[in-house]
Design a binder for this molecule. Structure first.
Ligand code: F0G
Length: 458
């Protein structure tokens, strides 16, 4: 029996949720073309689609919102956020953006030229798409252990330094405008990167004169994993660890919807003044004046408060403990997952769980549909629906290595009984899993098709 850490907060305001009955769930799903993105949220009981922008803000954040200064330029809110960003990240400059991908867009717009390459451990899909949109090619150089779901490597998000060196020499520094690393590695199971790895990645980039940017969405969870798992960091505070992480980089893109526990917002922060000036110009064109960046003043205040709460160690112990608790419930029921569990989500190995469904019939989609039918739970397929595409040369279908279903846990939203409920639904599905059937597309757009595709059961 695993330990559930008591929440370091109590509940002052509640949002009702309800479980509609099974026939109603079946109708809702048919109407949505068996795509969970097509459901009305009112028809979802427990929503694990994403941990992004779905967190519960604190009384501190709500009261900070009341202090928001809505001045077009030079708002007090901007300077409060600047102070918080500076305290944690320590770069010389920063601009707010409406969310993470807007920061990525600015970075890619300013630095990526057609034909260039951007290495990382693994790019998240919006970063990947922003690089491609500028004619660049993202390269994923994570360690091989990341692809073995049962390998309990403590830092499965690490970059393979040998692969990185080879990549740089073969590609040529002139074709690499900057390098990245994503902490934690969302596309690879929410797995952390060690400080040692971040340092070595930084040394490698610096040796070749390549600027280094961190995709920092879940930096606080990553920092707490370092505190828990990496020798020499147990006595350091998460804040000190975060500052050390960023000291190795030249800048960062941030989606505040994750570890700053807000419903909207992000920023781009950097040391290079010329880049900052160019970012301001790009920002004015697409997001807004550099002291609000597409957000309201009150949003900036909520981010400032949330950034500080996000590195609070009582909160992080609860946060990562809750994820581990759900992971253990699933393991107790012999549901295969990516081990050890990451920070923000549990990733179920649907390919292994439903071996009778071939990749061409989308085992991850089948499991996601089953979770909704059985328990009103909404999860996200991360498998062939998202990533299988025909080879441009041969036309053969190329399938991803893993067929996963992500159970992303919103911050400070669900309780232990919700986690127990999810475990119970999995146990029921496991008992009759041979009956779960595959799916086929009846409509699929050419790109990012998981959002709008429609399916039929086979
Ligand atoms: N980088 C990572 C690692 C992310 O996980 C996300 C978003 C982004 C960048 C983009 O940030 O959404 O604010 O534009 N991830 C969400 C998810 C959508 O569900 O994992 P954004």
């Amino acid at each position: 029996m695993s330990f559930y850490p008591p929440e370091p907060f109590r509940i002052k305001m509640v949002e009702p949720i309800r479980l509609i009955d099974r026939p109603a769930r079946q109708i809702a799903l048919q109407d949505a073309g068996y795509n969970l993105f097509g459901l009305h949220s009112d028809d979802v009981f427990i929503d694990l689609l994403t941990d992004s922008g779905t967190g519960a803000m604190s009384q501190n954040q709500w009261s900070a919102i009341m202090e928001g200064d809505e001045s077009y330029a030079g708002a007090r809110s901007f300077f409060r956020l600047k102070e918080a960003v500076n305290e944690i990240f320590g770069f010389r400059f920063f601009v707010p953006t409406h969310q993470g991908r807007a920061a990525e867009n600015i970075l890619a717009a300013l630095l990526v030229k057609p034909g260039q390459y951007i290495p990382s451990n693994m790019h998240f899909d919006t970063t990947d798409a922003n690089i491609r949109a500028r004619g660049g090619s993202p390269a994923n150089l994570v360690i091989e252990e990341a692809f073995d779901p049962t390998n309990r490597h403590p830092f499965k998000g690490n970059m393979d330094i040998q692969k990185l060196r080879r990549f740089i020499t073969e590609t040529g520094v002139e074709n690499i405008p900057f390098g990245m690393i994503t902490i934690t590695n969302n596309a690879g199971g929410g797995q952390p990167v060690s400080m040692e790895n971040i340092r070595k990645v930084s040394e490698t980039y610096r040796e070749f004169g390549i600027p280094f940017f961190i995709d920092a969405c879940r930096f606080a969870e990553n920092a707490y994993f370092i505190k828990m798992r990496e020798p020499g960091y147990g006595e350091k505070s998460t804040l000190e660890i975060a500052r050390e992480i960023f000291s190795f980089a030249d800048g960062a893109t941030m989606s505040a919807k994750k570890d700053a526990i807000v419903n909207i917002g992000g920023f781009f922060t950097m040391n290079d003044e010329t880049l900052y000036q160019a970012a301001c110009n790009e920002l004015i064109l697409r997001e807004g004046f550099p002291t609000y960046g597409g957000l309201a003043g009150r949003d900036l205040d909520a981010i400032a408060a949330g950034l500080r709460e996000g590195v609070d160690e009582d909160y992080l112990a609860y946060r990562l403990g809750q994820t581990a608790y759900l992971a253990n419930l699933l393991l107790d029921n012999r549901i295969p997952i990516i081990e050890p569990p990451g920070g923000h989500a549990v990733y179920v190995d649907a390919g292994k769980f439903l071996p009778h469904i071939p990749q061409s019939q989308f085992p991850g989609q089948a499991l996601s549909v089953e979770l909704y039918i059985e328990g009103g739970i909404r999860a996200c397929e991360i498998g062939s629906v998202m990533f299988a595409y025909p080879d441009p040369d041969t036309g053969d279908m190329m399938f991803p290595k893993l067929e996963l279903v992500r159970l992303a846990i919103p911050r400070r939203v669900y309780t232990q009984s919700h986690m127990d409920y999810i475990g119970g639904v999995f146990a029921k599905i496991a008992k009759q899993k041979e009956k779960v059937k595959g799916y086929k597309f009846i409509y699929a757009p050419p790109m990012l098709r998981h959002f709008t595709a429609r399916f039929a059961p086979i």
